[in-house]
Design a protein around this ligand. Structure first.
Ligand code: NAD
Length: 395
């Protein structure tokens, strides 16, 4: 099959297997070039490991510290005339590279919110890995079927108090326009908390503890975002922000339990805004990211997922370091993004951007390049006119 990008709004409905593998390899090469991460994790469970921050965390653990990894994700395999989703190909590429390097790597493709996947994970960990010393919780999902009630909760990206109007960009068409998003009611807010809040993370931790599969002193972390005033109504102060507050609540609850188990710890790492499948779906945010990329690249401080996660592991978690927390007990690897000089430049550009000057004032080109890379397109050394086998089994 010859596979080309087919972009539909904020998603690309095709993915390129060898391109995805090259994208994974770039990230592995970056971590290896940074050198070993001393005192790193040995047995790692990554929930949401196939793309974005979860994949980068898995790569940092495996190729920085030689960790065994179990990855959990929800990806669609190829169908007759349709390639698989990028996370499917990424996971295969990661697994092949890890095993070639002599590292244990196992995968479970299924619904992480379900009891069934948790039970399968426990059995696999007990059989092959032994107690887990690092749990990374990096899910981004539009829905969750609650394992106890069977209710399907859908998450929304809405403001809370009042309708919110701001600039946004159609990243595919390059059109800047105003968007108005209606506020969420209580039910939509509660649903978003049910999907993206901390209950499922707690369920995972309780399941591991109940099966005696947490190493004494284990670390658990989940990821959040805060961002600048421009996006607060839709993010920090919106439905997703409520869910992230609940994730912080869960971090405190899990932390208390882990502290009692060999002085372990749980916390939230607040990460930088980056192009991922999850972030491209949020109104307003892609325009902010396009401006941010331009500013941070010009200042020489731009990072992608792998740079963020390598820095998190190397300078907060391991290498003789301990996490440095903000006043709310969160690690901040969004520190460079949130620097006042960076945000001042973003704020100066924000009101000026129009469809006409988008290419001059923002890094929309960089945004699009990164977006296509998520699906395995635009990688150097790949012949996109050549036939490629889309049907690749997950091992
Ligand atoms: P992503 O879309 O790249 O990855 C999501 C992962 O979750 C994938 O591995 C996917 O397969 C998995 N997943 C989704 N539903 C699942 C299910 N039901 N069962 C099992 N796996 C499932 O997202 P991302 O941007 O890397 O986000 C990960 C975390 O990082 C989120 O908590 C997000 O809020 C946070 N974060 C993202 C950004 C950003 O700008 N992208 C910034 C800061 C924090």
């Amino acid at each position: 099959m010859i596979i080309k990008p087919k972009v539909r709004g904020f998603v690309c409905v095709t993915a390129h297997p060898t391109g995805c593998a090259a994208h994974v390899q770039e990230q592995i090469d970056y971590v290896k070039a940074k050198g070993p991460i001393q005192g790193g994790p040995r047995n790692v469970l990554v929930i949401g490991s196939s793309t974005g921050y979860g994949l980068a965390s898995r790569i940092a653990a495996a190729f920085g510290s030689g960790a065994k990894t179990l990855g959990i994700f929800f990806e669609r395999p190829s169908e007759d005339d349709r390639p698989a989703t990028p996370g499917w190909y990424n996971s295969i590429a990661f697994t092949n590279a890890a095993r070639a390097a002599g590292l244990y790597a196992a995968n479970l493709n299924g619904d992480a919110f379900s009891d069934d996947i948790k039970q399968q994970a426990l059995a696999l960990i007990a059989r092959d890995m032994g107690p887990i010393d690092l749990v990374v919780y990096s899910l981004a999902s539009p829905r969750r079927t609650h394992p106890k009630t069977g209710v399907v909760h859908k998450s929304t990206l809405q403001p809370l108090a009042a309708a919110y109007t701001n600039k946004t960009v159609d990243t595919d068409k390059g059109i800047v326009s105003e968007v108005t998003i209606e506020p969420a009611d209580e039910a939509a807010t509660a649903d978003t908390v049910a999907v993206m809040g901390g209950e499922d993370w707690e369920m995972w931790m309780d399941a591991l503890a109940g099966a005696n599969l947490l190493a004494p002193g284990a670390t658990a972390m989940a990821y959040s975002y805060i961002g600048p005033v421009h996006t607060w109504p839709i993010y920090k102060d919106g439905t997703i922000g409520r869910a992230k507050l609940d994730l912080e609540r869960a971090a405190r609850a899990i932390d208390a339990k882990l502290k009692a188990h060999g002085n372990g710890q749980a916390f939230i790492s607040v990460n930088k805004a980056l192009v991922t499948q999850a972030s491209s779906a949020i109104p307003v945010v892609p325009l902010y990211i396009s401006i941010l990329y331009r500013v941070m690249k010009e200042m020489g401080i731009h990072e992608g997922c792998i740079e963020q996660m390598q820095r998190l592991f190397a300078t907060h978690l391991y290498n003789g370091n301990t996490p440095r927390f903000d006043s709310e007990g969160r690690v901040r690897v969004d520190d460079w993004e949130m620097r006042p000089d960076v945000q001042a430049k973003v704020s100066a550009i924000w009101p000026q951007v129009t469809t006409e000057n988008l290419a001059q004032l923002t890094d929309i080109a960089g945004y699009r390049t990164e977006f296509l890379k998520l699906f395995g397109f635009g990688l150097p050394g790949i012949n996109y006119d050549a036939d490629v086998e889309p049907h690749v089994p997950l091992t």
